[in-house]
Write a protein that binds this ligand. Structure first.
Ligand code: MN
Ligand code: MN
Ligand code: MN
Length: 280
């Protein structure tokens, strides 16, 4: 059996439900041997996760999930095996967090108007225990106020790109993020490539740009892909000089349809992103 990897997960340091320690313990219970904690634009959960990984005897891959701009689109880029003490990375993350906070304030103001809520920003902050709550916390407010039927409806009606409470954020550019991750000793991996609604052609353009920027890989083994999506991503991982990664994007035990480490195999003919990290 090859070592079991899950290279994409979230803790309460961003929008996850479990503390870094709780997340690592759950990963160990699920048989994960190498877990990457990849919170959105923060490295804050990594020290606790590293200690917890030592306690339960699994390896923690220090990571981060950066929001980046590719043209006018917002994408997510994972930095895996980054040095959390790297000054350039810490500066980038601090800038991203400041942008997140401004975005959250504006989002709150817009939701107050558009959905007839009050003090959305402050209430989302309280829920998230953060000054920069992400969209899931605003979705929760909408749900609790009976303004939407479910989470997806909150995004479709108010929060997603093109809707009234969506706020464009000045994230860093894809190229810059790749450069900073690389300089921090990490590997830049495109997160959930099937989730951006790109045509086949656009996706190949994106991967070309990622390769040219010095990117390392793309996530291929993720839960919930359709047969066609899986075939497309597998082909991309073979056609481009990019490694294949595996990650659940676990946020919460309430997502009963996915679990840490419960991932499809990497497609044949692809190179694993962890190759050369761990001797066979
Ligand atoms: Mn998230
Ligand atoms: Mn993401
Ligand atoms: Mn994620």
């Amino acid at each position: 059996m090859p070592p079991r990897y899950d290279l994409h997960s979230h803790s309460t340091a961003s929008d996850g439900a479990l503390s870094p320690r709780g997340l690592v313990r759950r990963a160990a219970e699920q048989g994960v041997e190498h877990l990457a904690l990849t919170d959105h634009d923060t490295l804050a959960g990594l020290p606790e996760a590293r200690d917890a990984a030592g306690e339960v005897g699994i390896s923690l891959v220090p990571g981060v999930e950066l929001s980046v701009l590719w043209g006018s689109r917002e994408l997510h880029l994972l930095g895996l095996w980054v040095n959390p003490d790297d000054a350039g990375l810490r500066e980038l993350v601090a800038n991203q967090m400041a942008a997140r906070e401004r975005r959250a304030r504006t989002m709150g103001e817009r939701l107050d108007k558009a959905a007839g809520l009050a003090n959305s920003y402050d209430r989302a902050c309280a829920l998230a225990d953060s000054a920069a709550p992400g969209r899931p916390f605003f979705a929760r407010l909408l749900l609790d106020a009976g303004k939407v039927r479910n989470f997806q409806h909150a995004f479709d009606r108010f929060l997603k790109q093109g809707r009234s409470a969506f706020v464009k954020t000045p994230w860093c550019e894809l190229d810059e993020a790749v450069r900073v991750i690389d300089a921090a000793g990490g590997r830049a991996v495109l997160a959930h490539p099937a989730r951006y609604g790109l045509t086949r052609r656009k996706l190949r353009q994106l991967l070309t740009d990622l390769v040219n920027a010095g990117g390392h890989g793309l996530e291929v083994a993720t839960p919930g892909l359709s047969h066609d999506q899986r075939a497309l991503l597998s082909a991309c991982a073979r056609d481009f000089p990019l490694a294949a990664s595996a990650g659940s994007d676990f946020h919460s035990p309430e997502q009963h349809w996915l679990e840490l480490g419960r991932l499809p195999e990497l497609p044949t003919g692809t190179r694993a992103v962890w190759e050369a990290e761990v001797p066979a």
